[in-house]
Design a binder for this molecule. Structure first.
Ligand code: AMP
Ligand code: MG
Length: 322
């Protein structure tokens, strides 16, 4: 049984909280992407998340809570870096990996736990209404494009019992994940919160090597193809190569994703902003639109170098992986 998409008003929040307390699941907006929420320490509810998403069981979930105090209660210890980062960036798009409190069920996976306090008013209202810590991975089938609208959720997960509609997500890209069990803290996944902002607060960060090879062991979810449209996506560095490839392709079957205004004619062109925050906010929606247009191949203009584009480069690289 599914209620489908409902308004995130008082009645919608009550219904969603009721589902969560019954160890069912529901999707809700966050400032990053839509999450598929479940009571984080209910084996039954968490199993439903993995089943609906077809997420591999080895990929652990981020737990969402309403306050830093609620987060600390889930941690065995709360390092200085966690205190500084939580003070500065919560509620917000930063997930912290800390040692898990020993009283919490060891449901396999690492002895750590990834936690964040989301900034979206609907997410916070739902956390307060249900009074539960919520595991909430992106509300889409594993490996496919993350949802930034309620309609994206229903399309990817038609069997989800309920989706709270909070409109389009502000950041449109997943949280930045930082492991604070080590010193200096280690970046596990680039995301909506910039490295510069994090470094300003805690100083240097350990960065994984090319392709986040180092992070793949510590953060298993990074090891795989992810965020991928149905169409085959190719990242192209040289705009001239992009134009030449586009010229050779059948325009009806070709999608182009670019932040440059000089896109070749004919193809389905998604022209995104040259500002990385605006680009990120529209990236997944643009990939959804290209899939809707039925293109067979997407040529994506490689984003510029530099930290501000790190998360976008990461997502496009994973979207292009086979
Ligand atoms: P998602 O919820 O799909 O946006 O992804 C959550 C990300 O956080 C994945 O890359 C997970 O591997 C990572 N993650 C969750 N829990 C932990 C943990 N305890 N230690 C390291 N990485 C984690
Ligand atoms: Mg995801």
């Amino acid at each position: 049984m599914t209620d489908g998409v409902v308004a995130a008003d008082a009645a919608g929040l009550r219904r969603a909280a009721e589902l969560l307390r019954q160890e069912s699941v529901c999707a809700f907006p966050t400032e990053t992407v839509y999450g598929l929420g479940a009571h984080a320490f209910s084996a039954k509810a968490v199993a439903e998340v993995y089943r609906l998403k077809r997420r591999p069981s080895w990929n652990p979930l981020i737990v969402h809570v309403a306050s830093t105090a609620d987060a600390e209660a889930l941690a065995h210890e709360w390092p200085e870096a966690a205190r500084l980062l939580a003070d500065r960036f919560w509620p917000g798009p930063l997930s912290l990996v800390v040692e898990r409190a020993h009283h919490l069920p060891a449901v396999g996976g690492p002895p750590t736990i990834a936690i964040r306090v989301p900034a979206h008013p609907v997410a916070l209202a739902l956390l307060r209404e249900c009074g539960l810590p919520l595991a909430a991975p992106s509300a889409n089938r594993s490996e496919s494009i993350s949802p930034t609208t309620a309609q994206h959720v229903i399309r990817s997960l038609p069997d989800v019992p309920l989706v709270l509609d909070g409109g389009p997500c502000r950041f449109g890209i997943e949280s930045t994940v930082v492991d604070v069990t080590v010193a200096p803290p280690r970046l596990l996944r680039p995301g909506a919160l910039s490295l510069r902002a994090i470094r300003d607060v805690v100083g240097p960060l350990q960065l994984p090597g090319q392709g986040f090879a180092g992070a793949e062991v510590r953060s298993p979810g990074l090891a795989h193809r992810h965020y991928a449209p149905r169409a085959r996506l190719h990242l192209v560095d040289d705009p001239a190569v992009l134009a030449a490839t586009a010229e050779d392709a059948d325009p009806g079957t070709l999608g182009i994703l670019t932040h440059r205004s000089t896109a070749p004619p004919g193809a389905h062109v998604e022209l995104l902003s040259a500002d990385p925050l605006e680009y990120a906010a529209d990236l997944y929606a643009a990939l959804h639109r290209l899939d809707d247009a039925g293109v067979a191949m997407i040529l994506a203009q490689a984003p510029p170098a530099g930290d501000d584009w790190l998360a976008i480069r990461d997502r496009l690289t994973r979207a292009s992986a086979r």
